[in-house]
Design a protein around this ligand. Structure first.
Ligand code: NAD
Length: 297
């Protein structure tokens, strides 16, 4: 004989547990969304490429974004696109190598949106070339990387990131804002030929999460995490604009056979922001770049 009462009791208990677990899941998802909503992000280089994608991705989840870039026209476009999509954005013309500009950028975030929680220094440039380039016929040196080309990349990528993180951290510590500083490294931190300037900056900023978190911990500063992101080849104007044969050769070394979309970097950054356990590390997102040419092992 089937015991109908017994089946009903079992069903009732099952339903109770089911509703309990679904509620917990919804609360957890809500907590993650809440964590982003209302936060304030400063993104340098936010008027193009990775910075633009990060700004849009964060704004979609309710983060108020402040874009610092040199290109006024591009800033206006990105700010308008975010605001038109019901986000909140502000733009500041800023050269990241200039202390006063960077200070103004951070102060604008605080005066306009009342806080400073997420900092993404995405302003970056390349000026590739061999340190010593020789003539194929004579074997004699015909060109060297100029000091200007070396220093331009050091200044924007390294000094610019330093000033951005320093000016942000100063305000976050003094105001007890909880948040996260990023560095944008690159898979070329491994040492890319033709990029002695660029690779040097990227290996340096890939180390900074360890250094800065160590310093913060030493001083009892526990409200600021630091995480590096080291992308492979991303489909931004910087990469899509390069010599198409060179791009084809690069893609031959990429395991998944395509460029990373800037939005995929935005998604990763958003995930890292919401996961407190990620700290003092640099995360690679490379699409599986395999180096097999032009690299001393
Ligand atoms: P991008 O050229 O599309 O954007 C860079 C932005 O930085 C531009 O809007 C530019 O105006 C701005 N900028 C340049 N110099 C500046 C300065 N002095 N002050 C303020 N803004 C300045 O480049 P991207 O591909 O989006 O690269 C962004 C970052 O990601 C860079 O640090 C780059 O090294 C890094 N990265 C890119 C790739 C890639 O494949 N695209 C891979 C790894 C790392």
């Amino acid at each position: 004989m089937i015991n109908v009462k017994f089946i009903f009791v079992k069903l009732f208990v099952f339903l109770k547990f089911f509703i309990y677990f679904i509620t917990i899941k919804i609360i957890k998802i809500k907590e993650i969304i809440m964590e982003l909503k209302g936060k304030v992000a400063v993104i340098t280089g936010g008027a193009s490429g990775i910075g633009e994608a990060v700004a849009k991705s964060l704004a979609k989840d309710g983060v108020k974004v402040v874009i610092g870039d040199m290109n006024q026209e591009a800033i206006n476009r990105v700010v308008k696109e975010i605001n038109d999509a019901n986000g909140q954005a502000e733009g500041v013309v800023c050269n990241v190598t200039n202390e006063a500009d960077v200070a103004k950028l951070m102060d604008t975030a605080i005066s306009k949106f009342g806080s400073l929680n997420i900092v993404v220094p995405s302003a970056g440039i390349i000026k590739d070339g061999l340190m010593i380039n020789t003539d194929k016929e004579t074997g004699k040196v015909k060109k060297v990387m100029s000091t200007e080309d070396f220093m331009a990349v050091i200044n924007v990528n390294l000094l610019g990131t330093f000033l951005t993180l320093r000016e942000a951290a100063k305000r976050m510590v003094d105001n007890k804002y909880e948040g996260i500083l990023f560095t944008i490294a690159s898979i070329n931190k491994e040492g890319q030929v033709g990029q002695i300037n660029y690779s040097s900056t990227k290996v340096a900023v890939a180390l900074w999460p360890k250094i800065l978190v160590g310093e913060f911990h030493m001083r009892g500063i526990n409200n600021i995490r630091v995480v590096g992101i080291a992308p492979g080849y991303v489909g931004t104007p910087m990469v899509r604009g390069m010599n198409q044969d060179a791009l084809k050769a690069i893609l031959a070394d990429v395991h998944i056979g395509r460029l990373i979309e800037p939005e995929e970097i935005g998604d990763l950054i958003k995930y890292v922001v919401t996961n407190d356990a990620i700290d003092a590390t640099t995360i690679e997102i490379t699409a599986g770049v395999c180096y097999n040419k032009s690299r001393a092992k």
